[in-house]
Structure formats: structure tokens, C-alpha cells
Design a protein around this ligand. Structure first.
Ligand code: ZN
Length: 338
């Protein structure tokens, strides 16, 4: 009998239906290397995909050891986190209203500002500048995003469950407003923040809808929520199934699609402003590794084959799947509507 964690069977968190069908069977824990097996089920009523049964909220820490990559940093110089690319700095100044002092060389780049750099900035979760704006990062780990945003002029706050990561954020990055705990323990003051951000967090939560309600409460009217999550309607999941790297089971308790995340946001008082489909070659190559197929692994390890796979195949396939909304990760910008 397993004594390291406890399992619970749950109803659908969106519609409370107890009826579901197995969607993916026997997906293995691969991120830490524990190899315990779990199922992804699909709610028969609303279509939500979720891990069921799942480790309880009291015992899931077993799958989040301190040495997990979520919390690790080998950072030697915090300044390396800051933005140096003049084209990005320039776009931040012109299109995102940041009060940056640009050098003459940077202002010369004005004419070259393109949609490409705007998208790069959006994928980095950098919102338009708000004077004296307050920003909260939920699941901020050791604070790399907050450090950058503080440098860009934001009054920054963070929430992080891992005490080791919080210690690093406070001591090494001088981020004093990082709270060690989870959103449930955070003191909620209505209409506090202009922006709330979550980087690959929502899918890890036992109660994502409750979290969205709380974020709505914390945000000022028309405040912005920025987050990224895996995309369960991606081509990778179709191809690799239970071996898909971003399935990340059982740490990922929910497996959202563009349709189901929109349902969640609408119900919790948000409207979607924009969805960007990230192009990750890493998700493809890690999924190949997970398949344990020696032929595919040999191809990736071969210099020439690797180049053909990356340059010839993925570099052409990913832009296409991104346009179709079928890449493995999506970045969502949503606005508080009520
Ligand atoms: Zn449901």
C-alpha cells in the first residue's frame, strides 16, 4: 500500500458532475522520476480534462521536493535577468508606455519596431505600463520575473509555497514582498492590484476556479490577469498521448484547452483579450525522450538528424500549429469584467 501520499476521487470542478470517461490511461510521473501512474479523465457533461484520482492537497508535496527544477537557480548575477536588447527596450517605450530613457542608438531603432517584438514582450508576460502600478506574481518561485518587473518600475508582490525559493528571492534579489505560503493563506484586500500574473501555475492547483475568483477579488476594476498553461488540445498530445512532456502528471491536476479555460474565465468574471500559442521545441524533444523509443532518441542524439528535425521539421511545423492554436502552451491575457 502506498504510504507516501493519499489519493482522492473528485467531481468535475467546473460543473460538479461525477460522470467522466477515461481520456488518457496510465500516464507516468516523469518530471521527478517517480514513475507512479495516473489517469486523465474527461467530464461527460462539460468536457473538462482533469487528473483523477489525484494526490490530496495535504500530501501532494511528495511530488514537489525542494530540489525540483521549479525552485532551482544557478544564477550568479541578477543583472543577467534584466532586458538588454535595444529593440525590446525600444518597443517597451513606444508601444507599452514604459518611461525608459533610450540611448540615441536605441531611438534610431524606432523605425524597425515590429509586431515581432510586441509578441516577444507579450510572451514574457510584460503588460503595458501603469504609473505606480501594483503587480502580483502567484507561484513566483525565486523571483526572476518580479526582479525584472521591479526594474521596469512596478511595485511588486509575490506568493510562493517553497520556502527555499522565497529565501532566495528576499536575500539575493531584494524582493521583500514575497509571501511564503499559498493563495488561500494570503490576506485578500479587494481591488489591490493592476496586474496578477501566473506562470505555469493554474494547472497545478487543486481548486483553480476558486483561485480565479480570488484573483478577480484582488484585481482593480478592469485589471489584467496574465498567465500561461499547457494546451491539452495541442498536436503534441494527439501524437505523444501519455508520453507528452507537458502532461506533467500528477503535478498537473487540470489539462485545459482554449475552450475550457474560456469557460473558467467567464464564470469567474473575466473576458479573454488575447491568447498567444507558444512555440516550444523543448516540449517535442522531451516528449520523444519520454516515449523510450530508441530510434527516435538516436535521431535526436545524432548531430545531423537533430539539425534536420529542428530546422527542417519543427521550425516549419511550430509556426503553423501556433496559428492553428495547436501548440503545447498558451499565454492568456484576460481582463476583469465584473
Ligand atoms: Zn464538468
Amino acid at each position: 500500500m502506498n504510504t507516501k501520499y493519499q489519493l482522492e476521487s473528485v467531481n468535475c470542478c467546473y460543473c460538479d458532475s461525477h460522470k467522466y470517461s477515461i481520456y488518457i490511461e496510465n500516464a507516468e510521473e516523469m518530471y521527478i522520476g517517480l514513475h507512479d501512474k495516473f489517469n486523465v479523465v474527461r467530464c461527460d457533461n462539460c468536457g473538462l480534462l482533469y487528473t483523477n484520482p489525484r494526490p490530496t492537497i495535504e500530501t501532494i508535496d511528495y511530488f514537489y521536493p525542494d530540489n525540483a527544477r521549479y525552485y532551482n537557480t544557478s544564477l550568479s548575477d541578477p543583472a543577467s535577468l534584466l532586458i538588454k536588447d535595444p529593440r525590446i527596450l525600444h518597443t517597451l517605450s513606444i508601444d507599452f508606455n514604459y518611461p525608459l530613457t533610450l540611448s540615441s542608438k536605441q531611438s534610431f531603432l524606432r523605425k524597425t519596431t515590429a509586431a515581432h517584438y510586441k509578441k516577444t514582450i507579450q510572451l514574457k508576460h510584460i503588460p503595458s505600463y501603469v504609473p505606480n502600478g501594483k503587480l502580483l506574481d502567484i507561484g513566483c518561485s525565486w523571483g526572476s520575473y518580479l526582479y525584472k518587473m521591479k526594474w521596469l518600475g512596478w511595485d511588486v508582490y509575490g506568493i510562493e509555497t517553497n520556502s527555499q525559493a522565497v529565501r532566495y528571492a528576499k536575500k539575493k534579489l531584494d524582493l521583500n514582498n514575497v509571501f511564503n505560503g499559498n493563495l488561500d493563506d494570503y490576506s485578500l484586500i479587494k481591488n489591490t492590484f493592476d496586474v496578477v500574473r501566473m506562470g505555469m501555475v493554474l494547472e497545478h492547483l487543486h481548486h483553480p476556479l476558486t483561485a480565479l475568483y480570488k484573483i478577480n477579488y484582488l484585481l482593480k476594476p478592469e485589471g489584467t490577469l496574465i498567465f500561461n498553461i499547457p494546451n491539452a488540445s495541442s498536436l503534441e498530445l494527439k501524437i505523444f498521448g501519455r508520453h507528452s512532456y507537458f502532461l506533467h502528471i500528477p503535478q498537473h491536476l487540470y489539462h485545459f484547452t482554449p475552450a475550457t479555460i474560456e469557460m473558467f474565465l467567464r464564470k469567474s468574471g473575466f473576458s479573454i483579450k488575447q491568447v498567444l500559442y507558444q512555440k516550444s521545441t523543448k516540449d517535442w524533444t522531451k516528449s520523444v525522450e519520454n516515449t523510450n523509443c530508441n530510434f527516435l532518441k538516436k535521431c535526436l542524439n545524432n548531430k545531423y538528424m537533430n539539425s534536420i528535425i529542428h530546422r527542417g521539421l519543427l521550425n516549419n511545423l511550430l509556426p503553423l500549429t501556433s496559428l492553428m492554436g495547436k501548440t503545447s502552451r498558451m499565454t492568456v491575457y484576460a481582463k476583469k469584467t465584473y
